[in-house]
Design a protein around this ligand. Structure first.
Ligand SMILES: Nc1ncnc2c1ncn2[C@@H]1O[C@H](COP(=O)(O)OP(=O)(O)OP(=O)(O)O)[C@@H](O)[C@H]1O
Length: 522
């Protein structure tokens, strides 16, 4: 495993990097729990500036500073764009880490913690969209999508693949600005695509078919598949491809996008795992059909949205639309235009971690109320006990802080864990998770890069309500095909016992994206 010298980062030209202690910051509250460790909202004691501190988890790193953190720091140091999170500095904690009881924590040979200091962002997309009653408008969705594509285009022209695009890694502030974050799986690429890269990246639900079929030579198109999944999710109201494991993920993709053949995807039959996952019968692509006639959806996908989605969810990566071309798509240039970020509603801070915690508390309160009710039932003459749902209905955290926008319907359902790459937490489905849990994860912008978001004439249209779910709906789960098109698992797929962090059966997704999990991933 690659490692930096103990206690040394040596990553910077700037002398202040790594030289300040974390005691320059007052920790305010925990806002994230990632594979790396915790993320805190903190205040710089001198300037009072609010920042996010991401603690680099060292406990599993016996051989040095974690390569994931080195990559993230190196890459972020070279990326500077309005739609990419700004890494401000690295700080260290001087002494040995202590737990809440003041006991020294073992296993950290650096005798202190290392933190990345980021600009603070009020929300992540998952946390925001999971707020009860949250409904994004079409101009809001266009605004977020355009910023996502602008940030990603900037990464791609700077030869960086993000490799973990998902809602919880898209941060949004109360000025409506969206930034790409979490570059822990990112890496530089060269345009010749000759290097071999690991295919065990990208959270399962957002992972493209070429990686699921074993490709190790890939490029920016992998991120564009994930963007397509996010785009559809924003309009559809829930994740569109919630596979429980890799084979099921591929099945879901084929059911939606059709089965590939040499005509639609030249070279597909030569892909490393094609024979393992060869569909038993051919299926027609039905992206348009699925999203045009939705029984339960908040927005209908208009013609331009469907066209763009089709081009993002193209099976053959060489034919998939690039970020640059997506920014030119009719969708962004037809009414209603993308909202100006400044005009978007401001919300109370909503990170996936917090919305998850709130939901857990609500669940616990519901259980207590249920228990009390059961205990009291035999005493028929006692007054009925108030249900926790009544309390819930009074608290409407999904409401924007300003009320100038559209009213919001109430809606439950935060998903708290998040599924990651080959194993990991989950907002999405991972076996037995109660409707939540995430899937596992295992030059400049040609006129787009950092400019302001111009309104495109033709005054604001009336915005119908709608947006990303929040109805607690069927997140996660969803099994099998019902089409009988599953891959040929019998032949012993590549996802069997061989993969690090994966159990012998397909439903295993535990783990993290640490070295242990990915081995020598590139
Ligand atoms: N700069 C920031 N401002 C506000 N919140 C942040 C910031 N960076 C991260 N967070 C919150 O912390 C969460 C986890 O952060 P991040 O994804 O960077 O950590 P991670 O350890 O890599 O997590 P994961 O393994 O889930 O990707 C984010 O989803 C977000 O809610």
């Amino acid at each position: 495993m690659a490692a930096a010298g103990p206690g040394q980062l040596n990553l910077d030209e700037s002398p202040s990097w790594g030289s300040r202690g974390v005691d320059c910051f007052e920790k305010l509250e925990q806002i994230g729990e990632g594979t790396y460790g915790q993320v805190f909202m903190a205040k710089e004691t001198g300037t009072k500036e609010i920042v996010a501190l991401k603690k680099i988890r060292m406990d599993n790193e016996r051989e040095g500073f974690p390569i994931t953190a080195i990559r993230e720091i190196k890459i972020l140091k070279k990326l500077h764009h309005q739609n990419v999170i700004n890494l401000k500095e690295i700080v260290t904690s001087p002494g040995p880490e202590r737990d809440e009881q003041g006991k020294q924590i073992d296993g950290n040979k650096y005798k202190g913690g290392i933190y990345m200091v980021f600009e603070y962002m009020d929300h992540d997309l998952t946390g925001l969209s999971d707020r009860p009653g949250m409904r994004f408008t079409i101009p809001q969705i266009k605004c977020y999508m355009r910023q996502l594509l602008t940030g990603l285009h900037y990464c791609h022209i700077n030869q960086v693949l993000h490799r973990d695009i998902k809602g919880s890694n898209l941060l949004i502030d109360n000025h409506g600005i969206l930034k790409l974050a979490d570059f822990g799986l990112a890496r530089s690429f060269s345009n010749d695509h000759n290097a071999h890269l690991t295919n065990r990246v990208i959270t399962l639900w957002y992972r493209p078919p070429e990686l699921l079929l074993g490709s190790t030579q890939y490029g920016p198109a992998v991120d564009m598949w994930s963007v397509g999944c996010i785009f559809a999710e924003l309009l559809f109201g829930k994740p569109i491809l919630p596979g429980k494991n890799e084979p099921e993920q591929l099945t879901k993709i084929f059911e939606l996008c059709g089965t590939p053949d040499e005509l639609s995807w030249p070279g597909v039959t030569k892909m490393p795992w094609y024979n393992n996952f060869k569909p038993s019968r051919s299926i027609k692509r039905r992206v348009k059909e699925k999203f045009v006639s939705l029984p339960v959806c908040y927005y209908s996908f208009d013609r331009h949205a469907l066209d763009l989605l089709e081009r993002m969810l193209t099976l053959d990566p060489s034919q998939r639309i690039s970020a640059k071309d997506a920014l030119d798509a009719e969708y962004f240039w037809t009414d209603p235009p993308p909202a100006d970020p400044q005009t978007l509603p401001k919300y109370e801070s909503s990170h996936e971690f917090q919305t998850k915690k709130r939901r857990q508390q609500q669940r616990q309160a519901d259980e207590v109320a249920k228990r009390q009710k059961t205990q009291h039932q035999p005493h028929a003459r006692l007054p009925p006990i108030q249900q926790s749902g009544q309390l819930h209905s009074q608290i409407r955290p999904g409401q924007p802080m300003n009320t100038s926008h559209h009213s919001m319907a109430a809606g439950p359902s935060h998903n708290y864990g998040k599924p990651r790459g080959p194993g990991g937490p989950n907002r999405y489905p991972q076996g037995g998770n109660q409707g939540g849990g995430y899937p596992n994860r295992g030059g400049q912008g040609g006129g787009y890069s950092s400019g302001p978001y111009s309104q495109q004439g033709r005054g604001p249209p009336p915005y119908p309500g709608g947006g990303m779910g929040g109805t607690g709906g069927p997140r996660g789960g969803g099994s099998g095909s019902g089409y009988g098109v599953g891959p040929n698992y019998q032949q012993g797929g590549p996802y069997g016992a061989s993969g690090p962090g994966r159990g012998p059966n397909y439903s295993q997704q535990g783990g993290s994206r640490s070295q242990q999990q990915y081995g020598n991933w590139q």
